[in-house]
Design a protein around this ligand. Structure first.
Ligand SMILES: C[S@@+](CC[C@H](N)C(=O)[O-])C[C@H]1O[C@@H](n2cnc3c(N)ncnc32)[C@H](O)[C@@H]1O
Length: 241
């Protein structure tokens, strides 16, 4: 069942505050306010990632270029969510909350982020507070398969299970179990979620998620122009017998 789908393109690297400090980890003074970033996103514009990332804590900010969804992808995803009147989204592996918070600012959905690393959950909650969006964005600390998730119109995945194949230096940290056995358990839990989801459920994936989609899911939108492939799937209605 394992396939490395949508992995042909490079991970996005927008210019960010770090590249302008010649690698020094100094935090540049914010050039834009949360209100300005929120206004741009709600107008469908794509602010530079650095303008958003400055509101992440330093650890989460340093991880952004490789591990968090770029704003260009968030804005395209938010368009699709609005067009299809999707109202509730669960981000499986929500990291520091960048996707959930930015997509909430760019649209009208409610987001629940599930994240296994406690420090990232804390960062994500702080990020939602910074943007004053806590009423539409919530974060749960837990692991797929163990945590109780709300049902949702759509599940979002930015390749959360691929970290198990990364070199140690490319991982987020060593605070959680990493390895092929853990990956197999995660993929089995995801397979079960997809099987149980009601017909009409959407799955939004950025850069794939290491699992072959069941045949009942059809691609309904795809964008290959972004740094990696963004794809929206929908579960077909069960055939009458
Ligand atoms: C590539 S990051 C994406 C973060 C976020 N979705 C975004 O785009 O900004 C994947 C995240 O998934 C989390 N993760 C991976 N497997 C998980 C699991 N089984 N349960 C909960 N979180 C998981 C990782 O800790 C990591 O923070």
């Amino acid at each position: 069942m394992l396939v490395l789908s949508e992995m042909t393109n490079k991970v996005l690297q927008f210019p960010d505050l770090h590249s302008r400090t010649n690698g020094r980890a100094a935090r540049a003074a914010p050039r834009t306010s949360p209100e300005e970033v929120a206004e741009a996103l709600s107008a469908g514009m794509v602010p530079p990632d650095a303008h958003f990332d400055q509101f992440l804590d330093p650890v989460a900010r340093a991880l952004s270029g490789q591990h968090w969804t770029p704003l260009a992808v968030v804005v395209r995803a938010a368009e699709w969510l609005e067009e299809r009147r999707i109202r509730t989204v669960v981000d499986i592996g929500s990291g520091a909350g960048k996707f959930c918070v930015a997509a909430a600012l760019a649209g009208h959905c409610h987001f629940t982020g599930l994240e296994q690393r406690a420090h990232l959950v804390a960062s994500a909650r702080e990020l939602a507070r910074t943007f004053g969006i806590e009423s539409r964005v919530h974060f749960l600390h837990g692991t797929l398969g163990s945590a109780r998730l709300p049902s949702a119109d759509c599940y979002y995945l930015y390749n959360p299970f691929e970290e198990h194949c990364f070199e140690p230096a490319e991982r987020i940290d060593n605070e959680v179990e990493i390895g092929v056995e853990r990956q197999a358990r995660d993929l089995a839990a995801m397979d079960e979620l997809l099987a149980r989801a009601r017909p009409g459920t959407y799955v939004l994936s950025y850069n794939g998620f290491s699992l072959r989609m069941p045949a009942s899911y059809r691609t309904v939108a795809i964008d290959r122009e972004l740094p990696n492939v963004l794809r929206l799937w929908r579960k077909a209605a069960a055939r009458p017998v």
